[in-house]
Design a protein around this ligand. Sequence first.
Ligand SMILES: Nc1nc2c(ncn2[C@@H]2O[C@H](COP(=O)(O)OP(=O)(O)OP(=O)(O)O)[C@@H](O)[C@H]2O)c(=O)[nH]1
Ligand SMILES: [Zn+2]
Length: 198
Amino acid sequence: MPYKHYEEYNLEITDEIKSQYQNIITNIGEDVSRDGLQKTPERASKAMQFLTQGYELDAAEILKSAMFKESYNEMVIVKNIELYSLCEHHLLPFFGKAHIAYIPNGHIVGLSKIPRIVDVFARRLQVQERLTKQILDCINDTLKPQGVAVVIEASHMCMMMRGVQKQNSVTTTSGFRGQFEKIETRNEFLKLISEDLS
Ligand SMILES: Nc1nc2c(ncn2[C@@H]2O[C@H](COP(=O)(O)OP(=O)(O)OP(=O)(O)O)[C@@H](O)[C@H]2O)c(=O)[nH]1
Ligand SMILES: [Zn+2]
């Protein structure tokens, strides 16, 4: 739990994706049998499965595995959580940071579980908006805190390397539930993370 070891991939699926990558490499005009490319289809197959392993993981279960009864009622913020995801439109990476806060309601959660659930949802084919909402809903529904806030700022390779080719644009998405719907609480959170917002 929760990350599969590199060698533990399902052989049938690995072979299937491998042969599909062989086709892609051939179709872009490369020689898949040349030295440097011989093992590439298999490596790429495993890399793609690694980057999409979130489908096999249950974020709510991960949170539930480390919830502790505690009467702390102040804001808990985990900020600058690096994230890497794949845009579902082009299968190109988008990457950046997540800033997540919650106000406990009788239970706190093991801190490492917050970045872990970010990875569970990021390691799928995504759009930034849905990624933001899935993290928000998972914490809200599982931990049932007094409030939860998620801000994600990310750069999309599909906008940088191709398409509009804008290297410096950063997309920010956010979601707020419970106490964070109140402007003062939301502002306190935004102020606390703002020194790291670019
Ligand atoms: N809302 C949203 N859009 C995204 C995300 N990732 C990529 N996109 C956009 O998805 C859109 C797909 O639009 P299309 O016009 O079908 O694709 P395209 O012809 O490749 O578009 P261009 O990128 O403008 O060249 C593009 O505007 C991308 O910028 C995301 O996380 N959220
Ligand atoms: Zn894209």
